[in-house]
Design a protein around this ligand. Structure first.
Ligand code: ZN
Length: 196
C-alpha cells in the first residue's frame, strides 16, 4: 500500500497495465483508503462500462465503490464543478475511453490541490500506446504499471491480446465485428500476436 501525505499540493497518479492486471481493484482500493482517512472522494467512470453495475466502479475480483457514469470529459467537469468541487480525491476509471480533454482536466484538478487517481489501459490490442495515455503517463507524478499473467505461458503479461473467433486479430480488423465472437486475454511480449 502506498501512503501519500498531503500538504496542500495536488498531483496525478496513474494505475495502468493490460486488461486483467488489476487496475480497477487498485483504483478502488486507493479510493477506499482515502475514505478511511476521512478524505472526501468522488469517482467517475465511462458510461459505456456497465460490466457489473451502472453507478459503481467494479473490479473483476468484485470490489465496488460508488461512481458517477459520464460519457465525456465535459460532462465530468460540469458535474464535478457543480457538486463535488470540495472533494479532495478524484478517481477516474478507464481514462483511455475519454476524449482528449482528459489530460487537461486531470492537470487542472491537480493544480487545484486535488489528488487525482486514474486507471486505464496503456496499450491497445496492437501493443501501441492507447490514445493519449502515453502523454498522461509522462505528465503524471506517479505511475504504477501492473502486470497480468500471460494466458499462454504464465509469464508476466503486458499486452491485451484481441481474439476473433479464437484467433489473433489483424491490426486492421474493425472494432465492431458483426457475428464474430470477440474476446481479450492478457499476454506477454513473446506470446502477443497480430495476425498478418
Ligand atoms: Zn507468454
Amino acid at each position: 500500500m502506498k501512503v501519500f501525505v498531503t500538504a496542500g499540493m495536488g498531483w496525478v497518479e496513474v494505475v495502468t497495465g493490460s486488461m486483467f492486471s488489476g487496475k480497477s481493484s487498485e483504483l478502488i482500493n486507493r479510493l477506499k483508503m482515502a475514505k478511511y482517512a476521512k478524505q472526501s472522494v468522488v469517482a467517475f467512470k465511462h458510461s459505456s462500462d456497465t460490466r457489473y453495475h451502472e453507478n459503481k466502479l467494479a473490479s473483476h475480483d468484485k470490489m465496488f465503490i460508488e461512481a458517477i457514469p459520464v460519457t465525456t470529459v465535459e460532462d465530468m467537469e460540469k458535474i464535478f464543478f457543480e457538486k463535488y468541487s470540495d472533494s479532495q480525491v478524484i478517481g477516474i476509471d478507464e481514462i483511455q475511453f475519454f476524449n482528449s480533454g482528459a489530460i487537461e482536466f486531470c492537470e487542472k484538478l491537480a493544480d487545484m490541490g486535488k489528488r487525482v487517481i486514474v486507471a486505464g489501459l496503456d496499450k491497445d490490442f496492437k501493443g501501441e500506446p492507447f490514445g493519449d495515455m502515453g502523454e498522461l503517463l509522462a505528465r503524471a507524478e506517479y505511475v504504477d504499471k501492473l502486470q497480468a499473467i500471460c494466458a499462454v505461458c504464465g509469464n508476466p503479461a503486458t499486452v491485451s491480446q484481441r481474439l476473433i473467433n479464437g484467433e489473433p486479430a489483424r491490426a486492421d480488423d474493425p472494432i465492431v465485428l458483426v457475428g464474430a465472437t470477440e474476446s481479450y486475454e492478457p499476454r506477454c511480449r513473446r506470446c502477443h500476436e497480430i495476425k498478418k
